[in-house]
Design a protein around this ligand. Sequence first.
Ligand SMILES: NC(=O)c1ccc[n+]([C@@H]2O[C@H](COP(=O)([O-])OP(=O)(O)OC[C@H]3O[C@@H](n4cnc5c(N)ncnc54)[C@H](O)[C@@H]3O)[C@@H](O)[C@H]2O)c1
Length: 370
Amino acid sequence: MTPETAPKLAVIGCGGMSQNFATAIEPTMKVVATVDIDADRAQAAAACFEDAEPMTDWREALAVADAGMLVLPHHLHHEVGMGFLEAGKHVLMEKPLANTPAECRELIEAAQANDVILMIGYVLRYHPLVRRFVDAVRSGEIGEVFSVSIWTEQYTRYPSGHWTCDQARLGGGQFFSHGCHYVDLLLAMLGEPVEGSHLGTTIGTPWMEGEGTSHVTMRFRNGALGYHFGTWGARGTRLRYAMHAHGTEGMLEADLSTGRLILHQDNYEGAPHEVGHRQMTGEGAQQRLLMEIEPGKHTANEVSHFRDCVVHGRQPLTDGAASLQGLQVIWKLYEAERAGVVADLSGLSLPTHDLKPTVQSANRAVTTNR
Ligand SMILES: NC(=O)c1ccc[n+]([C@@H]2O[C@H](COP(=O)([O-])OP(=O)(O)OC[C@H]3O[C@@H](n4cnc5c(N)ncnc54)[C@H](O)[C@@H]3O)[C@@H](O)[C@H]2O)c1
């Protein structure tokens, strides 16, 4: 492919998430097929693109596409992914990669054997505000980071019988399905986890077989702590989608719902008891707006990174191996929760997952940075 090429893409699965890509793919890539077992959905999705053919069987798309974007129920990721990779097609797989370690490994090996790209759609890793947050944590901009906390409060309720309600098809509960974004982010920011615990509950989300609410805490090799609270049962929210990082020289506050990233730095002087007093009154506190962007998923950045990897043969930032590392952490945490112990997370690092530098191509933000 030449650097100007727009690879031909088939979108497989035209449900809820795929709609976030309606205006994010072209002209970076050319959508040639939209596939869904529901013909009306395939048809409606095709209408979003210049020249896409609606189809109801993903196998038909192999004849016309260079790559597949798989936006499918989790239990189908492995089967359809293998079909694409073994046909020599590149794959952008919605998270999580697959429902078992063996399935994940097969997908990673199939991509290697067929010399094609396998990228996981961890869209937050390409979100400009999150990238700025991650870079600030990694670079020491707020000193030595000792805690990163992430809250995601939402109400996610599908109709009874939907695949997300079922533990086998979802691959677990809310933690596996949604928390995988945040485990991936915590690992990207803080490095190697050494221990942790997850506790989940089904109270509040009776439509789900697995947990609908979870709290996870991890300690990292560098001593820092990472935390995620996620719920699909929020009947109200104050924190919405928020990320906080505390360092020895400041605190970062990201609000993904409003698209704002703020740096807090307090001028601590005097005796310790006075410091506490100043915190209470806010005296000496400084706040600086580091970035402000439009709220949203910013899926165009993810597609642009995938396209660059396909055209230039580059390894994606969110490749199969790095994604498997995060999923292994989740499986280990689930296992320890069942056993009633703290999970030993050491030794889960894979050689390809280190603190990679940010990828330039993913910084092409369609945003206003102030
Ligand atoms: N990153 C994010 O923010 C985010 C948000 C939501 C969902 N997701 C991910 O997107 C993926 C899809 O989730 P969703 O919410 O869109 O689900 P969904 O149920 O809304 O859509 C799935 C679609 O796949 C279709 N489908 C089922 N079997 C098929 C088959 N054999 N061939 C073709 N189409 C088939 C269904 O008819 C449906 O239209 C999952 O991996 C999910 O985790 C990501």
